[in-house]
Design a protein around this ligand. Structure first.
Ligand SMILES: Nc1nc2c([nH]c(=O)n2[C@@H]2O[C@H](COP(=O)(O)OP(=O)(O)OP(=O)(O)O)[C@@H](O)[C@H]2O)c(=O)[nH]1
Length: 144
């Protein structure tokens, strides 16, 4: 099965809130709240992907030194969820999740429908992609 590497980032503000971004209509998983990030392109490190994506998606600048690895998601997307069993279009998401507490610039939803700063205890009220669901409890434990 195809493994797709996606780098994602939990931006954490001075109050310990995490930035969630709402996927826009017309994209896969539209309307769900995700961590900013995107597919690692050929020749990129995951850190380089995040530096690029956080600029494109949110208009902020981060450095690799401020990206701390926290955990990862590992999830198969495809027919299984639809009850069709494994199929040729299935793909497996492998998504390292970083934490970042320092950036420059002001966060703006340049590519998302909206962004919100969310207290970790409230994250379970936000519908997230299935791959992200196991990460929520971990973030809550980590950030308190
Ligand atoms: N950035 C991000 N992507 C996630 C998260 N959880 C999750 O399943 N994904 C999936 O990882 C992929 C990220 O790809 P992307 O952001 O570069 O691509 P995209 O949505 O433009 O493309 P797509 O429409 O092909 O999915 C998407 O399929 C997205 O659904 C998450 O928390 N953050």
């Amino acid at each position: 099965m195809r493994i797709v590497l996606v780098a994602a980032c939990a931006l954490v503000d001075a109050d310990g809130r995490v930035l969630l971004a709402k996927r826009p209509a017309g994209k896969s998983l539209a309307g769900l709240w995700e961590f900013p990030g995107g597919k690692v392109e050929s020749g990129e490190t995951p850190e380089e992907t995040l530096i690029r994506e956080l600029k494109e998606e949110l208009g902020i600048d981060v450095t690799a030194a401020c990206l701390a690895p926290l955990t990862f998601a590992s999830h198969t997307y495809g027919g299984e969820a639809a009850g069709d069993g494994a199929g040729p279009d299935d793909w497996h998401l492998l998504m390292p999740l970083y934490v970042c507490r320092r950036w420059s610039g002001t966060v703006q939803p340049l590519e998302h429908e909206a962004v919100e700063w969310v207290r970790p205890v409230r994250m379970r009220n936000y519908d997230m992609p299935p791959a992200d669901v196991p990460l929520v409890a971990l973030i809550r434990d980590f950030l308190g």
